[in-house]
Design a protein around this ligand. Sequence first.
Ligand code: NAP
Length: 287
Amino acid sequence: MEVQINGHTKILGVIGDPIEHSLSPRIHNTLCKHLDLNYVYVPFRVAPDHLQDAVKGFKAVGITGFNVTIPHKKNIIRYLDEVSKEALLMGAVNTVKNIDGRLYGYNTDGDGFVKSLKSQGVYIKDKNIVMIGAGGSARGIAVKLAMEGARSIIILNRTLEKAQDISSMINNNIHNISQSDLFTNHNLICYAESCDILINTTPIGMYPDTNACPVEDLSFLNPGTVACDLIYNPEKTVFLSKAEEAGCKTVNGWGMLIFQAVSAFEIWTGVKVSGDLIKILHELCIN
Ligand code: NAP
């Protein structure tokens, strides 16, 4: 069934720069089609200088909602009418909903990551978590993991101040459960001993540099540890292969990508997306 655009069609979209490689139009238009909803999802390339004008224009034409991606996730906040507590702590918004001309900001990245783990039978409550990297995605995920009741969150990064900044934000605003340290092999081995979930949030190993890995060796991992990589291209990074060799369950970044989109879609439309439809999205994206 093709999307029929008519006078009732509601508009969704994504803003970013660049935007042409975004998978979001594919994911959201598939959801609209399968759920028979009269919406269309459009990519908009918006240069940083035009962000405010784009937001004004979206308000003026009454767009239903939009995603926000690099480089606008932080700067969009100043142009919104309200922002969720979670998104404020994350310092980034990836989803905006227009309710009667007022723009509300959310961040579904952490939610997407947690739902991706849940879909694999992995739960956060009372877990000891070690994260490698302290960039934008690490911050978003760490907030959500703390809110979901993680027992501890250790953040290892080559720039210690950035890891410390995330830990303090969690300790001061959510629960006092986070520590940070420099990312070295020695530190990773020490912290990984009692780790339930180890997450690579760095881009090391991402296409085209697919032979790279943030660690030389993961044979010290306890086989009970779940190893996650936010990278989805390639599907199995060297980091995940090494963890698998150590006997660990592994989770790649596809689930996070799909579930963050599903959470945004549910915010805009109020329609719950079924597990069967999520499987269809997964196949669509990886093929
Ligand atoms: P980012 O903000 O640029 O942060 C990258 C982090 O990795 C920084 O902490 C950086 O350390 C560290 N890092 C980078 N290169 C390194 C190196 N050679 N050695 C040691 N540390 C290094 O990036 P991001 O937005 O968080 O994204 C990170 C990854 O997550 C990317 O691969 C992205 O595609 C993926 N991602 C996936 C999803 C999904 O839906 N699956 C969503 C978001 C992001 P410094 O702080 O020292 O610079």
